[in-house]
Write a protein that binds this ligand. Structure first.
Ligand SMILES: CC(C)(COP(=O)(O)OP(=O)(O)OC[C@H]1O[C@@H](n2cnc3c(N)ncnc32)[C@H](O)[C@@H]1OP(=O)(O)O)[C@@H](O)C(=O)NCCC(=O)NCCS
Length: 173
């Protein structure tokens, strides 16, 4: 897919009943992710954004309706937070479209900011966020704790990734 073809990609929030389509051809890691994130979406805890190339998912990102970091909530209150952004293929504009959709989602929630954590070593993703107007806050790093799971969904390892925290002010929109 090139940037021209990517123009036909549709980015929208998960729809009820769509989970089986997301699971077709998905590997164990993706299967768990889709189940977890669509569940959060249906419980109203998050908005699960999916990018579709026809019937095939080609990207995703979750907007938590409030940051999952206590240290962020203490400073910024219930700021929405973009998490687990991913695009396949990369570099054709799908990620940028998902970020734009996440910002629309945050605005629709009544927020004036969107936050996100980016791993210290993820230079390419950070460059994309900065290009899109995200700025690192002044309150230090956050630790992203997540569980790696095996094919059955059983947690096998806990990760703790040191991340910078970036925020975009959405008030000019
Ligand atoms: C980060 C990511 C979601 C960006 O999505 P994308 O569709 O590649 O982004 P776009 O095409 O809209 O923008 C491309 C920009 O993304 C950045 N980028 C990040 N990782 C990249 C990669 N592996 N390949 C190409 N570009 C990448 C570059 O800064 C690039 O900028 P450029 O256009 O000036 O070269 C995607 O690369 C990805 O899935 N990465 C792996 C998962 C990840 O790191 N997620 C972020 C967690 S905080």
């Amino acid at each position: 897919m090139d940037r021209t073809a990517a123009a036909g990609v549709v980015v929208r929030p998960f729809r009820s009943g769509e989970l089986p389509r997301l699971l077709v051809g998905a590997g164990p890691r993706d299967r768990f992710h889709h189940v977890e994130r669509s569940g959060m979406h249906e419980r109203g805890e998050a908005t699960y954004l999916v990018a579709w190339d026809g019937d095939l998912p080609c990207g995703r990102g979750t907007v938590f309706h409030r940051s999952r970091y206590e240290q962020v909530r203490q400073v910024l209150g219930d700021v929405p937070e973009l998490n687990a952004l991913e695009a396949i293929p990369r570099g054709v504009g799908i990620g940028s479209r998902l970020v734009a959709a996440a910002e629309e989602c945050a605005t629709a929630l009544g927020a004036h900011r969107l936050g996100l954590a980016v791993e210290r070593g993820n230079v390419a993703a950070r460059r994309l966020y900065e290009r899109l107007g995200y700025v690192e806050w002044e309150h230090g790093d956050v630790v992203d704790r997540w569980l790696e799971r095996d094919e059955s969904g059983t947690a096998i390892r806990e990760h703790a990734d040191l991340c910078g925290y970036l925020v975009k002010e959405l008030t000019d929109r």
